[in-house]
Design a protein around this ligand. Structure first.
Ligand code: RRO
Length: 290
């Protein structure tokens, strides 16, 4: 068992927010999903206070070694999530971490209070790093903003607060340090790397949202560098994500100092990737650390 902010996890592999739809997966795979759930904790798709339709299509573009998304945060809003999704996610056999995003401190506060009071929720992740929504708030890019957001929401729940950071800064370390000083219990990184794709025929932007965020194997080396730097700087646990597809990839993140790893884009290719990576990484860790 791994202790992560007081949560007892059976192995170190969780999912990256928004990359595994557990409700749809249960419809597709039935009760087998619950018997063989690929992650040791489940992170929900990010929710906002009010419902959102998301960005116009197309929303995806495949690169030679990655995926650009411009999903734009479609979700049912806080009330819809609490009424429809939360009861279903609470049936998963692992602790539930709910990801939230607001465009102001007040919105974050409403989400933390609303989600935090449910005893079905084990922890919250503050998404301060979505590349596809013009939030008007630069929390994830500014240490001062990160600290003041945490100071505002920290008193509103006793549950662990993770903060998901963006790689779209020169250096994520000062933002991670400020979030930890403000009361974050853990840091997760990286979110997607800002990216663009042009339609082959017209040369116009392909994605309905204009630009998007790149994930998958192409970002793993960037993630490894940023995660290593953040792990050296903060004492709170770090959840590492960014292009992890094999046990070896995961083991390198643990060697860099991460406590947990998260699988994102690889789950679209292999829905059982979480289980596979958890099995593979034990041997890879032994080999790496000699
Ligand atoms: O929904 C999205 O477009 C999205 C989000 Br909220 C995020 O945090 N990261 C991402 O790549 N896409």
């Amino acid at each position: 068992m791994i202790d992560f902010c007081g949560l007892e996890l059976s192995h170190p592999v969780i999912n990256g927010s928004g990359t595994f739809d557990a409700i749809a997966a249960r419809r597709a795979f039935g009760e087998q999903l619950l018997d063989e759930f690929p992650f040791s904790a489940f992170v929900s798709k990010t929710i906002t206070p009010e419902p959102r339709a998301g960005n116009p299509p197309p929303r995806l573009w495949e690169t030679p070694s990655g995926l650009i998304n411009s999903i734009g945060l479609p979700n049912k809003g806080l009330d819809g999530f609490l009424a429809d999704d939360l009861p279903q996610l609470a049936e998963l056999p692992v602790p539930l971490i709910v990801s939230v995003m607001g465009t102001s401190h007040d919105q974050f506060a409403r989400l933390v209070e609303g989600v935090g009071r449910s005893d079905r929720v084990a922890a919250l992740e503050l998404n301060v790093s979505c590349p596809n929504v013009k939030s008007g708030l630069i929390v994830g890019e500014s240490p001062d903003e990160a600290r003041s957001l945490l100071e505002r929401v920290r008193p509103l729940t006793e549950k662990p607060l993770l903060v998901k950071l963006t790689p779209n800064v020169a250096d994520p370390v000062p933002v991670a340090e400020a979030a930890a000083e403000g009361g974050a219990d853990a840091i997760s990184l990286i979110n997607t790397v800002r990216a663009a794709a042009l339609a082959p025929d017209s040369g116009e932007p392909w994605l309905g949202g204009g630009t998007g965020g790149l994930s998958g194997p192409s970002v793993r080396a960037i993630a490894l560098a940023q995660i290593g730097a953040v792990c050296s700087a903060v004492s709170v646990p770090v959840v590492a994500m960014g292009g992890i597809a094999t046990g070896r990839d995961a083991a390198e993140m643990i060697e860099a100092g991460a406590k947990l790893v998260a699988i994102g884009t690889e789950s679209f290719r292999d829905p059982a990737a979480g289980t596979r990576v958890a099995e593979e990484m034990t041997g890879d860790l032994a080999r790496i650390s000699g």
